[in-house]
Design a protein. Structure first.
Length: 279
């Protein structure tokens, strides 16, 4: 099973902390046992890799439960279920959610302090007497992700948007600019030593199905042959283009080649590339 969303940790955290104080690390182990997490689940890390997914969710559970008044912190880094938390357990069958936490005026005030006051994510007022407070809280907070995970999701979306924009810009480059871009990319990847050395021969071959040659190392002891196709998204790379490039490499007596495209490779092309690489 996968690590459950962080709201699924609220009940086991509260139940376990009814009997003794816990640190976040201790609770991670205890809650993971209670939720029957496998070894692979327990070792799963957040996208940033700073902590395990389970630890991240336990820490945020403590933060939210503390802000709502459902756990106390008797000493630094140690938590225990409060009287209000015990009442919540008794009055709430099944899974405890953000909506249940929003019964607490302390929690609603916490959300009001920590959510944007302008822009597309501006929440409605979360007054203690507002009958829509719980609904508004659910609108503000993800039902399945911790704040860190929401940041990671937003970062991933931004990276995809930037990648898409760069690809569109690359497709509009003239051939010379496109060749220079390929050179700069390969230099950044460590090929050729310098931009001048790396790009000395790219774009000058133009025969035998090879667009250019770039030195793999600064000493020029090994070379990589390049095929670069500045195609629209609809003009995909089929298996026959990979076979043709492999044949060109053979004709040049080359053992290494890189096929770069601004479109995409079909499944057949990828399989062909694996086949050629294994020969």
């Amino acid at each position: 099973m996968a690590v459950p969303d962080f709201q699924s940790f609220f009940r086991p955290v509260l139940e376990l902390a009814c009997h003794q104080e816990f640190t976040a690390a201790e609770m991670t182990d205890a809650a993971s046992d209670r939720l029957n997490l496998s070894d692979s689940d327990r070792s799963e890390r957040t996208a940033q890799g700073t902590r395990t997914r389970a630890e991240d969710r336990v820490r945020w559970s403590f933060t939210y439960l503390l802000q709502a008044g459902f756990v106390d912190r008797p000493s630094r880094g140690r938590y225990r279920t409060s009287a209000a938390g015990k009442d919540l357990l008794a009055s709430t069958p099944g899974k405890i959610t953000i909506s249940d936490l929003s019964r607490s005026s302390r929690f609603r005030e916490f959300i009001s302090r920590t959510t944007p006051t302008s822009g597309p994510y501006k929440p409605a007022a979360l007054g203690a007497g507002d009958s829509t407070s719980a609904a508004n809280t659910n609108d503000v907070l993800s039902k399945s992700e911790t704040p860190l995970e929401r940041i990671e999701s937003a970062e991933a979306e931004l990276k995809k948007a930037v990648a898409s924009d760069l690809l569109d810009r690359t497709r509009m480059l003239d051939p010379t600019a496109f060749e220079q871009l390929i050179v700069d990319l390969l230099v950044k990847m460590g090929f050729g030593g310098s931009r001048t050395d790396a790009g000395a021969r790219i774009g000058k071959s133009g025969d035998g199905g090879v667009d250019g040659i770039i030195q793999e190392d600064a000493l020029g002891l090994d070379a990589v042959y390049i095929q670069a196709k500045r195609y629209d998204a609809s003009n995909v790379i089929e298996a026959e283009k990979i076979r043709a490039f492999a044949g060109a490499l053979l004709g040049q007596g080359a053992t290494k080649g890189v096929f770069v495209t601004t479109s995409r490779f079909t499944k057949g092309a990828l399989e062909e590339a694996k086949k050629v690489a294994s020969q």
